[in-house]
Structure formats: C-alpha cells, structure tokens
Design a protein around this ligand. Structure first.
Ligand code: BMA
Length: 326
C-alpha cells in the first residue's frame, strides 16, 4: 500500500514501506545504503544502491524486487567495487544514474578520486560485469546523466561542475560528445537561482531525463544552506525534446522535500536525493527512488501528467527561463 506523509496536496506520495532498504538489511555490516540508480531488468526492478561501508568509502550493489516495493533481494556478488588503484575511484564510487541504450546500461556515476569528485562512465549488460569507459568530466563535477538518444549524432550529458570560486554558484551544465569520450560545447543549462530561493546557489540533476509528450522532464535538487545545515529539496524543469539545450519551463517551487522522520534524521539530516525513477506500464505512474538523509533507500510515486500540469500552471512555466538567474 502507498500512503502519503504530510500534506495531501503533495504530488509525490511516499511509500508506506519506506524506508525500503536500510543498512541492517544488508548481508555485510555497512554504514548506510542510499542514492540508488534504477532500471527495469529481467522483469524485476533493479536498484544499484550506493553502499557506504564502515571505511566511509562507497561501492554500488544490486538489489532486486518483483514489484519495486518489497521482497528485495540483495545480490552482494553483483557489486561494482571501486578500482582503488585508479586516480578516479581511489575513494569510492557514488550516486549512479542509469540510462538504457539498446541492450546496454550506461551508468554515469561519481568517481571520488584524490582530485575530488568527477563524472565517470561504466557500461553493463548484466549488472555482473561493469566495463569502465573512463572519466567524462574532471573534478569537481558530479550529478550527471546521459540522455537515452543522440541528437544529430551527438550524445548529451547533464552535469554539475563546481567552480573553485564559490561565489559563482554551482549550476547544471549540458555538454556534447560524438563518441562518449571527447566532450565539449559546454554551456549552462539551468542556473542556480539567487537570494532567498529554495534552489539558490547550488543545484544538480536528480534522475536521468524522462521523455514525455511535452519534452524531457527533469527533476533536480536545490540546496538551501541554513544556520543548522543544508536542506536538499527537489524541483522540476522541461527541456525541448529535439534540442535539450532549450529550457521550456522551470517550476518556481520545490515539489518534494524532507518531511518524513527518515528524511529529517540520519547521517546527513534533511536530504532527499533521487538518482533514478521508473515509469510504470500505464505510462503515467512514476516511481522515484531516493536516498533519505544519506542513510536509507526510499520510494515516492507521482503522476507524470500531474507533474507536467504543475509545471504548466506555474508563473515561470510560460516563459523561457534559460539563463534566468533570479
Ligand atoms: C551531495 C552528494 C550526495 C549526497 C548529498 C547530501 O553533494 O554527495 O551523494 O547525498 O550531497 O549529503
């Protein structure tokens, strides 16, 4: 059963089975399990879960369920361990976003190297072996995912470089590549807003973009820094289906934020952090999997139609807002 938490007008409804996965459910003693990528695989919902061990370093472990809600099996043998002798994964692998391309799954993840976090790619067909394809964007850069199609022969990557000068803000960028190896033509896709906004100063992509009849639906996190820590909340935007560098709409308000006890307390309190979502066969029900408070794996469900209607109904929804900064 799915029940809400908080206001009934919320668009994302939390699962009553939350948290779906906790560290205690894992076969080895680990510190935390969170921020999973998700795909439908072999008739099952497959999560690639970020597992933080008691060293503090993370790896990615497969968990599957027949219905995406309960009956989870944790497959410790299907495990993407960091290649600790490489410069890009010395301190672990984190936050996978998975894009299916034909029979292959492109996993864009954060490699935590001695130079800082960077955007890396691994490809798998079976979630048993993971072929490293290297670094897509150097440090500091994270919160990245590929689109499932090319555009005029070029791959598009959304990512979030963090400039050394923090006054510049951390924005979402779009970069292009003919071969998934050489990247360029980089420009800002969505600016972090400024001032009192919930998404002022620092934003980053959540799950990979979702194709809809109206465009690519984007969910992103915004970070509000408060006197007692950072608040991670989620907002929506829509990109042109043929040219994702065109931002068609962006909501002014956050649409999901920490509210339930398991989101408000944990290793990092007040964090909801999705890296994957899955559209059900009805073409409308969207299951969003997210890390709660950097501690557990949770699920919230929404109607795509309602999310799009929310964007349409917003003041900023009717005007192009690329390059908007206030
Ligand atoms: C971000 C990422 C996430 C994490 C979040 C909140 O920068 O590192 O992995 O969930 O911070 O701590």
């Amino acid at each position: 059963m799915i029940v809400k938490h908080g206001d009934p007008r919320e668009m994302f409804i939390r699962s009553s089975d939350n948290p779906l996965l906790t560290a205690e459910a894992f076969p080895r003693m680990v510190n935390a399990v969170f921020n999973p990528g998700v795909v439908s695989f072999d008739g099952l919902t497959l999560l690639l879960v970020r597992v933080e061990s008691r060293t503090g370093l993370s790896s990615l472990v497969v968990a599957t369920s027949p219905n995406g809600v309960d009956g989870w099996e944790i497959d410790w043998d299907r495990h993407m361990q960091p290649e600790r002798d490489t410069f890009s994964e010395h301190w672990g692998v984190e936050d996978p976003r998975i894009t299916r391309v034909g029979d292959q799954y492109y996993i864009v993840y954060t490699g935590y190297g001695v130079g800082g976090p960077m955007v890396c790619l691994a490809v798998t067909e079976d979630f048993v072996t993971f072929e490293r394809r290297g670094v897509l964007q150097p440090p500091e850069d994270k919160d990245a995912a590929l689109f499932p199609t090319t555009f005029d022969g070029r791959w598009a990557l959304i990512h979030r470089p963090a400039p050394a000068s923090s006054g510049l803000g951390a924005h979402m960028w779009l970069s292009w590549s003919p071969d998934l190896c050489h990247w360029g033509d980089a420009r800002i896709l969505l600016h972090a807003r400024r001032g009192g906004f919930w998404d002022a100063n620092k934003i980053g992509l959540g799950p990979p973009p979702l194709a809809t009849d109206h465009g690519w639906l984007i969910c992103y996190h915004g970070v509000r820094v408060t006197a007692s820590g950072s608040l991670y909340r989620l907002g929506l935007a829509l990109l042109d289906i043929g040219d994702p560098s065109k931002v068609l709409m962006r909501g002014d308000e956050w649409i999901f934020g920490p509210d339930a006890p398991y989101e408000r307390a944990g290793d990092v309190p007040d964090v909801v952090f999705p890296c994957g979502w899955l559209l059900e066969d009805d073409g409308d029900t969207l299951r969003m999997y997210y890390g709660a408070a950097d501690s557990t794996v949770c699920l919230a469900t929404a109607s795509v139609e309602r999310l799009l209607a929310h964007l349409e109904g917003h003041p900023s929804g009717s005007v192009p807002i690329a390059n908007s900064s206030d």
